[in-house]
Each structure stands twice: as structure tokens, then as C-alpha cells.
Design a protein around this ligand. Sequence first.
Ligand code: ADP
Length: 166
Amino acid sequence: MRTAICPGSFDPITLGHLNIIRRTAKIFDHVVVCIMKNSTKTSPMFSVEERTDMVKRACVRYENVTVESSDILLAEYAKRFEKPVIVKGLRAASDFEYEFQMDLINKNINPKLETMFLTASGKYTFLSSSVVREMAKYGADLTGLVPQELIEEIEEKARQWRNNNG
Ligand code: ADP
């Protein structure tokens, strides 16, 4: 069985992420979406538990997708799978430079680990979790940016943020 790992911070999951997960699930037998705890990104909007729960709900319709979280290096985490492949989405040249560097580092730690890239769907090339967080904080409409069933929860979190920071 060939497993793909889709890693990220998913703070929160966007339709851009979901597009990559869905396409990966069509190619591989099994997809593990891995919510990384030790991301360099500081002060996340959602806790790892909240992010994991949101990703699980967004992916519930994909039978071969499971969701986990990890607080160890991705290259170490991947060692538990036989022939794992990391699948990442590429939005722009800036993504590529970063991902190229990460792949070299990962291969140093785990030489068996391969990384594959899917190009972002045209309508999501501008979309990132940070765009969603920013828009939510200003009370903008999140329709078409994140899974519909998560909008209320993200808006509520943004309201709390405004109350604490406004
Ligand atoms: P972000 O950059 O939005 O904070 P993550 O760190 O959670 O997202 O990214 C996880 C993976 O998802 C990365 O490989 C990233 O390139 C990919 N990704 C994020 N947003 C998109 C998008 N809109 N289209 C395609 N891939 C994406």
C-alpha cells in the first residue's frame, strides 16, 4: 500500500488544502493528513486539537484519508510508513524555493523519503491560511475560502480574537 503524507499547519484548513488532499487521495491508496505541532509559525489561531478536529470534519467524505497530528520532525514521523511520499501543494515560485530546501533537509534525515508536488488549482493560488485568518479578523465573508461547515467556527474564533485585541 502506498501512503501519501500531506503535512501542514492547517491553521485553519482552506479549500486550497482540501483541493490538494482530494487530488492526492485519487492518486494514492491512503492519505495521512498530518497537522504539524512544531511549526515555525508562532501563536496559531487554533490549537492543534481544534485544527485536527476541523480537518477531520472537512475530510470525512474521503474514505482513504486519515488525520493525525505530530510534534516530531516530519522526516522522522514518516519513518513509520513503508515507502512514504510527502505530497505538497505549490502556489508560487516562493513556495518552490522553500519546499526544495525542505526536501533536501528531509532526505538527509530520511533518505527513503520522496516529496512530490501538485500545482495549486488556479482559483486557489492566492489562498493561504494566513489570508483566511486576516480576513476573519476583519469580519470578511469566508465563503469560497474554507469548507462551508467550518465558517461559523472560524468566525467565532475571530470574534474572540477581536474582543481580546480590540
Ligand atoms: P499555509 O501556507 O496556508 O499556512 P500550510 O503550512 O498549512 O499552509 O501548508 C500545508 C501545505 O498546503 C503546503 O504544502 C502548502 O503549499 C499547501 N497549500 C496551502 N495552501 C494551498 C493552496 N491554496 N493551494 C495549494 N496548496 C496549498
